[in-house]
Design a protein around this ligand. Structure first.
Ligand code: NAD
Ligand code: DAU
Length: 340
């Protein structure tokens, strides 16, 4: 692993992963390839912008020519693909971009990587491909039953990576991560949305009864899990990367408000997300066998995350003043009116 292409490296987990890899591997060269959609942000990579081992390229993973040139020109041996449309609510409002990037895009990236002769390809997938589980935890061999357009488009990319191994003998691996949080997460996802809303004394729109369960994973642990699978995972295999930290949404919101010193009266129960998955849970045994485990406690990680958003208003205020306003109105305008 000398020349690494990180697709989607200007997003939340991708940018944390770039920092993680540059810090851990002194001899590595990292090229970020990112379309810079609404979620991509060069501010996320500011801290590495002067590192000579790092380079940024703007491009779409669904376009053959630019992908082929990025691989060839930079003599890429390893690809890690974070690039995706990632927000479930946006996939319900308009699935188009999700099919373009998460389905077509992954195919194009695999195909160009195969033609060029990339040595290792890791597709970053999600626990949402399994669907919802009332009890127990999903293992990698379980059937995929995605429930949202986002999850279905991700399942397609996940399975395409497997197919490229079986059909063409390509060296692919897949990670299926659980709900990730930490610095630089776009404030449409529940934790940064609720933290930044609470900081502005705005309502926190909680879907349904708030008793849905998510398995929370700190972003550094997610990056370490991806690195472990990249180095030690068996070709053609998928690996669960879960936080082993299941919480009801409402309990996480109470913890946040406590950390922020804000009142529970900010919580607004609103109309639920259609097709809302009730519970996610992953069995990590297979990834633990590669020498990885989640290291950071939820309490500690949540505290650091809250502190980061408090100290980096410049970062999220810029985002919240742009395209975000239109999205917020479409997603929450009626919901918040209905209950006021
Ligand atoms: P994000 O939305 O913060 O970032 C996505 C990045 O992909 C952005 O920089 C965007 O510009 C880029 N991108 C989008 N379409 C592109 C295209 N066609 N070509 C090139 N770049 C494109 O996402 P995130 O939360 O950091 O998630 C990263 C990956 O991890 C995704 O594949 C997601 O499915 C997966 N994942 C996320 C979580 C989570 O909780 N956030 C959990 C498990 C898995
Ligand atoms: O599980 C991994 C997945 O986690 C990733 O694949 C996705 O990219 C990522 O977005 C995330 O999906 P979720 O749908 O679980 O995350 P989100 O932050 O949108 O919602 C978390 C929970 O909070 C979910 O039960 C819905 C609820 N929620 C969310 C929002 C945005 C609310 O109650 N109100 C909200 O306004």
């Amino acid at each position: 692993m000398k020349n690494l292409l990180v697709c989607g490296g200007a997003g939340f987990i991708g940018s944390n992963f770039v920092r993680y890899m540059l810090k851990k591997y002194p001899d590595i060269h990292v090229v970020v390839y990112d379309k810079l959609t609404y979620a991509g942000n060069r501010d996320n990579l500011e801290s590495v912008s002067q590192d000579e081992r790092y380079k940024f390229l703007q491009g779409d993973i669904a376009e053959h020519g630019p992908v082929a040139r990025a691989l060839e020109f930079n003599r890429i041996d390893t690809v890690v693909n974070f690039a995706a449309e990632t927000h479930v609510d946006r996939s319900i409002l308009d699935p188009d971009a999700f099919i373009h990037t998460n389905t077509m895009g992954v195919y194009v990236l695999l195909e160009e990587s195969r033609k060029y002769g990339v040595e290792r390809f890791l597709q970053v997938s999600t626990d949402e491909v399994y669907g919802s589980i009332p009890q127990g935890a999903f293992r990698e061999g379980d059937p995929l039953e995605p429930n949202s357009p986002y999850a279905a488009s991700k399942a397609s990319g996940d399975l395409m990576a497997r197919a490229y191994h079986v059909t063409y003998g390509m060296n692919t691996v897949v990670t299926r991560g659980s709900n990730t949080f930490g610095p630089y997460q776009y404030p449409e996802k529940v934790l940064p949305l609720f933290i930044t809303n609470a900081l502005e004394d705005q309502p926190l729109p909680l879907y349904g009864d708030g008793k849905q369960v998510r398995d929370w994973l700190y972003v550094d642990d997610h990056c370490a899990g991806i690195d472990a699978v990249l180095r030690h995972g068996q070709p053609g295999e998928a690996y669960n990367v879960g936080g082993e930290n299941e919480r009801h949404n409402i309990d996480v919101v109470y913890m946040l408000l406590e950390l922020l010193g804000k009142p529970q009266s900010l919580i607004r129960p609103v109309e639920d997300r259609p097709g809302h998955d009730r519970r996610y849970a992953l069995d990590n045994t297979k990834t633990r066998q590669l020498g990885w485990k989640p290291e950071v406690s939820f309490e500690e990680a949540l505290k650091c995350t809250v502190e980061w958003y408090k100290s980096n208003e410049w970062w999220w205020r810029k985002i919240k003043s742009g395209e975000y306003q239109q999205y917020y109105k479409a997603q929450y305008g009626q919901r918040l009116k209905d209950i006021s």
